[in-house]
Design a binder for this molecule. Structure first.
Ligand code: GAL
Ligand code: ZN
Length: 713
């Protein structure tokens, strides 16, 4: 995700609006309608409005040579189509679509509503967004629209209607792309009025709202609806429930706009799928609430070349997309062939890097691999952003690699639609994320996405595939459920986790979970109140950890736990292979074991002797609780013990460091993210899909290489 728009660090969201039951709705077309007959989708954002028409002809020829079969057109073309209010200039777009169609290239046609022309903000300044300080943001960049502006809405929908009418029957039209990377936040008066409407629906009356927001605190009582504002900039910490509700509202308001455009498109073209591009773990928008409204789940993914954790973040993000797609295929709609332009120091990608990233997405369920953008812009704010055709043209190393990648993707057509099986679920919730990271909390170092990564990374290293699921998801098919952080926990979710363990599941819960109710009010009594029974443990204080002196912990040996040094090994494997002690960082909790047994205890300070890791036998399952943030090696050791409890193993034993292993259908992907060659021993002979070679025994992967192995019958 880029850092260009103010809304990216904004707020917002809403509870999943469940999709209508299959019986009252005709089935929606999905990604299959695009991949059928085309195989893996390959292409990029195409912005022909930036180029003279001669270049379009060359573009189509080059696209064909590179095996491009899908391009996204028109994302930023509002001013080109409607140069003055109410006019329409579709002629150029007709020619672009005809040319692409003649070249056999399908079109993901965008509604150009992400960037209104200057005339909209000039004539109707109230359509421009206002930041939390009350400052208006102007045109001259992009995204300058207010999600609650009736004028913006009217103008956008009128254009979408005409676009849909114009191209409904165009043979190039394969998918609709609504807007771009939704994330706008506004604090204007229209938004305040819409927020009040949303609150009236949620709470009914002011007394209920006052109670929900806890307005007896700091004299915040509201006597009239009109007094309520969006959480604008204020002298000191703002009301956390007001902030949380505003985050919910913002995600909802954007979704309402997306749905309004989508409904117009669906009415006119019921068999054409509709999508918009997500941005991975993008905080302001609750993608669990959005996903049921998408026909195709699509993501934009821009890893930082200098970040050693990029491959793990990528895997986690791709697994989220697969989860949002209900386990089905999804597509990568934007990525970069090389450096981007929106970081301070834009590192390039070494040879093989974009291919490795692209194939990683395929391994984790993507059926489409597209880039931003096809041809590098000569002008405008993104003229230094990498593309599939660089400024230097097609006779370049980069474009040659693009072509080669397009060609090899054709060999992966048999994988289209194949599932990615997982026995482990990782729970993530946007609402809890918003609530957990409110201002004025015990530590701003305990971040939800960091926690997700800390729990995910050891599983990734072991080649254990993980599904990302929302709270309340059906868990019975999983052997292990991991909850890195669910600060905000409803009774229903607590009950679903509890019965999952009662019925034999293995659960691993991270710290600062089960703390608050859906209003963000803290549960009183020993914590985590809603999970106390299943965890067999309870706590009384959250204690952020100083950097120095270190807070040490110690694994407790099996035999020691049973108080019987001679007994045979039990179900808990031996203590950490990495050593008996480990260091706790960032966070600790004063816990007490009830029916649970301590698996590790704190050694230092006030916490000396208190449990740091606990394990509880409950029903026919087991629940683990982690009352701190252990350093990395201890997370690996803990994960190994929990995996052993759940009888889950990776797709390949003994994976070398940096090698990612994941199975899609029956095909095994091995991806070497490491800096050196890696030797991997296979368990069965296989055919390599990209080269056609037969491989058996051990093989060596060069850095950034990928092998795709189909077992030989
Ligand atoms: C995306 C955006 C594209 C382009 C790209 C650059 O966030 O959707 O339009 O700006 O970033 O990396
Ligand atoms: Zn506004």
């Amino acid at each position: 995700m880029t850092g260009d728009s103010p809304q990216r660090d904004g707020t917002p969201g809403l509870r999943p609006d469940r999709p209508a039951a299959a019986s009252d709705q005709p089935a929606r077309p999905g990604l299959h309608s695009l991949t059928a007959g085309r195989g893996m989708l390959f292409g990029g954002d195409y912005n022909p409005e930036q180029w003279p028409e001669e270049v379009w002809v060359e573009d189509v020829a080059l696209m064909r040579a590179a095996h491009v079969n899908l391009v996204t057109v028109g994302v930023f073309s509002w001013a080109r189509i409607e140069p003055e209010p109410g006019t329409r200039d579709f002629g150029w777009l007709d020619r672009v679509l005809d040319l692409l169609h003649d070249g056999g290239i399908a079109v993901d046609l965008a509604t150009p509503t992400a960037s209104p022309p200057p005339w909209l903000g000039h004539r109707w300044p109230e359509t421009l967004p206002v930041d939390e300080s009350g400052h208006r943001l102007y045109y001259g960049a992009r995204n300058q629209w207010c999600p609650s502006s009736p004028i913006y809405r009217e103008r956008a929908l009128a254009l979408v209607t005409d676009l849909a009418d114009r191209y409904a029957d165009h043979p190039a039209l394969a998918m609709w792309h609504v807007g771009n990377e939704y994330g706008q936040v506004c604090h204007c008066d229209d938004t305040a009025a819409a927020f009040r409407g949303w609150l009236r629906e949620r709470y009914g009356d002011l007394a209920t709202l006052n109670e929900a927001w806890g307005t007896t605190f700091w004299s915040q009582h509201y006597g009239q609806w009109d007094e309520i504002l969006t959480p604008r900039r204020a002298p000191y910490l703002r009301n956390p429930t007001q902030m949380l509700d505003f985050q919910r509202f913002c995600s909802d308001a954007l979704l309402a706009h997306y749905r309004a455009e989508r409904d117009i498109l669906r009415r006119r073209t019921p068999s054409v799928p509709v999508t918009t591009n997500f941005m991975g773990f993008f905080k302001p928008v609750d993608y669990w609430a959005w996903a049921p409204h998408e026909d195709v789940v699509a993501n934009d993914w821009y890893p930082f070349p200098g970040d050693p954790r990029s491959p793990v973040r990528a895997a986690l993000t791709h697994d989220l997309m697969r989860g949002l797609a209900g386990g089905g295929p999804w597509m990568l709609l934007e990525q970069a062939t090389d450096g981007v332009n929106w970081q301070k120091h834009n590192l390039p990608k070494p040879a093989g890097q974009f291919r490795l990233e692209s194939l990683q997405a395929v391994a984790r369920g993507a059926d489409g691999l597209c880039y931003f953008q096809w041809r590098a812009s000569r002008f405008g704010a993104e003229r230094y952003h990498a593309a599939m055709v660089p400024h230097a043209g097609a006779d370049t190393r980069l474009h040659t690699r693009v072509r080669e990648h397009g060609a090899e993707l054709r060999r992966l057509a048999p994988l289209v639609g194949q599932p990615v099986p997982a026995r482990v679920a990782l729970v993530h919730d946007w609402q809890s994320w918003w609530a957990c990271e409110s201002d004025g909390r015990p530590s701003d170092r305990l971040l939800v996405t960091d926690q997700l990564l800390r729990f995910y990374e050891p599983l990734w290293r072991r080649g254990v595939t993980v599904d990302l699921v929302p709270p309340g998801a059906e868990l019975s098919g999983y052997r292990l459920v991991v909850v890195p952080n669910l600060f905000l926990l409803s009774d229903a979710t607590a009950e679903s986790l509890t019965s999952y363990v009662r019925d034999g599941g293995v659960l691993l819960v991270g710290p600062f979970s089960g703390v608050a109710d859906p209003l963000g009010h803290i549960h009183t009594g020993r914590f985590p109140a809603p999970l106390r029974e299943v965890l067999g443990a309870s706590g009384e204080a959250w204690l952020p950890v100083a950097d120095d002196p270190p807070l040490r912990c110690r694994w407790i040996a099996d035999a020691e736990q049973r108080g019987d040094a001679d007994a045979p090994a039990g179900t808990v494997p031996d203590p950490s292979p990495t050593g008996v002690e480990f260091t706790a960082t960032i966070w600790s909790e004063l816990m007490r074991a009830e029916s649970a047994r301590p698996v590790a205890t704190f050694l230092d300070g006030d916490l000396a002797g208190a449990p740091a890791v606990l394990r509880n036998e409950f029903g026919t399952g087991r629940a683990w609780y982690l009352a701190t943030v252990p350093q990395e090696a201890a997370m690996v050791a803990l994960t190994d013990r929990v995996l052993a409890d759940a009888a889950v193993t990776g797709v390949l034993p003994d994976l070398p460091d940096g090698v990612e292993a994941v199975r899609r259908g029956d095909t095994l992907f091995l991806l070497n993210h490491g800096a050196g060659p890696a030797r991997v021993t296979l368990t069965e002979p296989a055919g390599e899909l990209l080269t056609g070679d037969r491989v058996e025994g051990a093989l060596t992967l060069a850095p950034r290489d990928v092998v795709v192995l189909k077992p030989l019958a």
